[in-house]
Design a protein around this ligand. Structure first.
Ligand SMILES: C[S@@+](CC[C@H](N)C(=O)[O-])C[C@H]1O[C@@H](n2cnc3c(N)ncnc32)[C@H](O)[C@@H]1O
Length: 619
């Protein structure tokens, strides 16, 4: 592949790199044309398709080795590595060997589907089951796994169909018993939904998921190259763009640096049972995992911003782009390639984008002052009751750079400066803002930006690094699912100490509060878990927009705990969650986060219990 890539003339690479979405098919054809005349290309295709010595090396023993490694990871609960090993095994496994209806490829797909299901990637799980069934249509386990995934997705009628087929295909009596148990669950849940539930589900899938006639235009900007702009105003939470990957020469194109996108999915937690039952509250974070890489003709032209106004998500490999705020006509539509304001400070975001994508970010988050970047890693003022911020020298340097940019642009200076002051003023630290703009634009490190008090940052750093080891012990205890009381008490003391050193909006305090919430949940003290979860969210709301998806993710934990303790505030959290998730995922929120559906169902049961307490206690 490397040899092939280096054979492509620089001019052709440039032509593809610079092409607009409409030109991409023709520049790709030029590439295909070039390869057609290249003997190495034909050799590679021959090698790839030769079953004996294929480049992807069909090799039964290598496939078996990778499969066993996958099984070992799976049994240890290391599902991401099990997924990797099964994928590796699939690359080696020969397709044409059948062992009593159990084709090794089908078995591997089902194993991978199990890992995907454990990771909460239900749509990918469903897809792998269907792939297994295309290879071995009578494979009972594939029907069974697909049935289970359909139950988790709330598609009970599909689940009943799959499980009935599985039951017919299964020969062992223990296997049959296992399928019957799942079938009963699917039948019960389907009955429980009643006709209104079924109708609701049907209506949901009928919601048109086509972009709302949003016209996009590709324009060139000196700072970021091509980017996508909207022609008219776009309302919040509307679908801006939908696109399938560009299939032709995808791998080669992405290898020679034509823009490609990582296809990601949310790794949801395993759903154990109703949230209101002990031990089922969700307090761990939802993670994103990469499930592929693809080229999207227009999708790949959206530039990055650390303060994005659109959000991209994938259903299978189809890309959906949703507006997360009201966007004025002619504005650039920007998504985040990963880092965002509120998540990390400006310095770290810039480093990450530079290392991963080799560009210096020119977005508004990195060029305009914002409260989040000022406080996210700041220290507390040493003067009692002063909310002022103390910055270390690196952060101060980045923030000064933003001020310089502002001052060097006289044409926009006054309006932009005014806008930035207004934003900072509205943020509860107006004193900080006033001081920055009235102190000859000085952002002196080590001194409070409000009252000028000095903090010895060397001593403060030494104190917080002691706290780090205490927090690490707490995290290790959480990972092992066992939190001894002494570790919990130490962590509480360390959090108090941290609050005396760091600014009250510093993200590290939010992280420790989040850990404490998880720890208290593990030891069964749900009210304490709830209080620490709230404390963490209160800090995050100063760093992110309150309708940001990061807040939505934290509210899921809060709602889950509120339902567990029977707190009526759960319904308020649930309605905020619904608003945020539909803003980011439109009508697909429940499919992408099946836990949401589960949470809503638990909340509904909770409501029923509250409404008919006597009746429910009989059951
Ligand atoms: C996926 S492409 C987006 C389309 C690209 N602008 C083009 O002309 O092909 C990503 C590249 O766009 C540029 N880019 C995107 N976002 C940027 C940003 N915030 N600041 C600077 N450059 C950016 C960088 O060169 C980056 O490698």
């Amino acid at each position: 592949m490397e040899k092939l890539k280096s054979a492509v003339p620089e001019a052709l690479k440039q032509e593809i790199w610079k092409s607009t979405p409409t030109e991409l098919p023709s520049t790709c054809s030029s590439l295909l044309d070039f390869f057609h005349h290249l003997p190495q290309f034909h050799q590679m295709v021959k090698d790839l398709t030769d079953p004996a010595m294929a480049l992807c090396c069909k090799d039964q023993s290598a496939a078996l080795e990778a499969k066993l490694k996958g099984n070992e990871c799976f049994s240890k609960g290391d599902y991401p590595n099990a997924l990797l090993s099964y994928s590796q095994a699939l690359r080696h496994a020969p397709v044409d060997i059948d062992d009593m209806e159990k084709n090794p490829v089908a078995v591997l797909y089902v194993n991978r589907a199990s890992a995907l299901q454990k990771m909460g990637l239900l749509l990918e799980c469903l897809r792998d089951c269907s792939r297994a069934l295309r290879v071995s249509p009578h494979y009972a386990k594939a029907w069974f796994r697909r049935g289970k995934a359909n139950i988790s997705l709330g598609k009970f009628e599909d689940a009943i169909r799959d499980l009935n087929i599985s039951l017919k295909a299964e020969i062992s009596s223990s296997g049959k018993r296992q399928i019957e148990a799942e079938l009963n669950i699917a039948l019960d849940k389907n009955k429980g939904m009643g006709s209104s539930g079924k109708k609701r589900n049907q209506n949901l899938s009928e919601v048109p998921d086509e972009p709302d006639q949003v016209k996009l235009r590709c324009l060139f900007k000196k700072t970021k190259g091509r980017g996508m702009f909207c022609v008219d105003d776009v309302s919040e939470a509307s679908l801006v763009h939908k696109e399938d990957p560009y299939a032709a020469l995808v791998i080669l194109l992405s290898q020679i640096q034509v823009n490609s996108m990582a296809v990601v999915r949310v790794q949801a937690p395993e759903v154990r049972g109703p949230v209101y039952e002990p031990g089922n509250a969700l307090t761990s974070s939802l993670e994103q995992v990469k499930v592929g890489q693809a080229v999207y003709v227009a999708g790949s032209l959206f530039n990055h911003s650390c303060r994005p106004n659109i959000h991209a998500y994938f259903l299978s490999r189809t890309l959906y782009v949703q507006a997360t705020e009201y966007i004025l006509a002619g504005s650039e539509l920007e998504l985040s390639y990963g880092p965002q304001v509120g998540q990390w400070d400006c310095k770290y975001r810039q480093q990450l984008l530079g290392d991963r994508y080799s560009f210096t970010c020119q977005c508004t988050g990195c060029s305009e002052l914002n409260v989040s970047d000022l406080v996210i890693n700041a220290y507390r003022c040493t003067k009692p009751n002063c909310l002022g911020v103390i910055l270390d020298s690196t952060i101060a340097r980045y923030e000064k750079q933003k001020l310089k940019l502002l001052l060097d642009a006289p044409a926009v200076y006054s309006s932009s400066l005014h806008k930035q002051i207004e934003k900072l003023k509205g943020a509860n630290i107006n004193e900080v803002a006033r001081c920055i703009f009235q102190s000859d634009y000085k952002l002196e490190p080590q001194n409070c930006l409000v009252c000028g008090s000095y903090r010895d940052l060397e001593a403060s750093c030494a104190a917080t690094s002691q706290v780090d080891s205490c927090c690490k012990r707490l995290q290790d205890a959480i990972a092992s699912n066992e939190v001894p009381n002494n570790i919990l008490q130490d962590a509480l003391r360390c959090t108090d100490l941290l609050r005396t050193i760091l600014h009250p909006f510093n993200k590290r305090i939010a992280e420790v509060e989040d850990n404490l919430s998880q720890a208290f949940c593990l030891v069964g003290e749900l009210q304490a878990a709830l209080d620490h979860c709230k404390a963490s969210i209160q800090i995050l709301e100063n760093l992110y927009d309150p309708n940001h998806i990061a807040i939505g993710n934290e509210l899921i934990k809060l709602a889950s705990l509120q339902i567990s303790v029977g707190d009526s505030a759960a319904s308020d959290s649930m309605s905020k969650i619904t608003t945020i998730f539909s803003r980011y995922y439109g009508s697909h929120a429940d499919d992408i986060y099946p836990f949401l559906r589960h949470l809503k169902a638990s909340q509904d049961v909770d409501k029923r219990v509250a409404f008919h307490p006597v009746e429910s206690s009989k059951n």
